[in-house]
Design a protein around this ligand. Sequence first.
Ligand SMILES: Cc1ncc(COP(=O)(O)O)c(C=O)c1O
Length: 384
Amino acid sequence: MTNFDAVMQITKRPPVVFTGGSGSWLKDSDGRTYLDFIQGWAVNTLGHSPPPIIEALRRQSEQLINCSPAFYNDKMVRLSALLAQHSGLHQVFLANSGAEANEGAIKLARKWGTKYRDGAYEIITFDHGFHGRTLAMMAASGKPQWEQLYAPAVAGFVKVPLNDLAAVEAAISSRTVGVMLEPIQGEAGVFEATDAFLRDLRTLTHERGLLLILDEIQTGIGRTGTLFGFQHAGVAPDIMTLAKGLGGGVPLAALVAHRDVCCFEYGDQGGTFGGNAIMAAVGCTIMDTVTAPGFLERVTVAGERLGNGLRALSRRHGCGEVRGRGLLRALNLKREDAASVVDRAMAEGLLLNGPRPDSLRFMPALTVSDEEIDRMLDILDAVL
Ligand SMILES: Cc1ncc(COP(=O)(O)O)c(C=O)c1O
């Protein structure tokens, strides 16, 4: 039995040690295999240890790993250009985690507020939203359990209910500089901001001279069937953040902004590992793969298969709605036993996540096959 004493206990982990992975499958130290519909928390865009990432890491590690953020490197420059080109935005700051990218977004918005909006600094965020675990991002998030944790909270965030435009309007004051949200609230249990709400919010923020900041850390890089979640609604944010799928499993994040908002001065923002060549090389590979012809269309088809399969299961077992888009889905079980379903699925060799007591979340690799989706549905059927 492995001794886990030296590992800080920050979450309840099953007593299993993973030692290998390939595509949609993980292997533990006893040689057992598991079909993985968690994928590092919606991170492994191309599955476990995919050949394009292995090759990018090998090639780049032989060429250049890190030459300091104080210098340009070719992969930092290329990845920034790719993200700008595909998003319609203009400048990119590369970072290492979603929370760090979001912190950068808030700093940029506050700097812009100082320069152009009489010092406005407040950001309207949403109940149950999730933006990361730094102190400021905990304050930006709408998790009720976090309200008192690590008090005092960072000031400057005002919460309103999702999809409630009147509440956003009522929360706007002379202190407001922007509105920040996820196109789909993933950690909350996969709740969508409706396309109509996103469009109305874009109109409102334009009218009131406020920034629209989209946290695409979970929804970006093809997860919902479009490269970015906002493309379903046809809106363009002023600032967008990416992480998770951008690195395909390695730590890589990005703050992407419209040129009109890019007002950092030298020294305002930075970070030792930001834009390092080896992670940026992986990001370039992910972008090249996800934007190749047919890739996103396949995500949409796979997402429909998953959604239809979950709806059929729901009917058979008396469960509730299926939420989400593309390969980010949730099933409402209509009973509060998600944790035990997750445990029993794992015993049957299937890895699932239960983001709420009544819901399961599905976030497979974007390369998941039809057979793997069907296999997952069969195992879940038996477990339910
Ligand atoms: C929407 C969203 N924003 C931010 C984060 C935080 O990202 P990280 O854990 O990389 O800091 C997450 C992580 O789950 C997320 O889903």
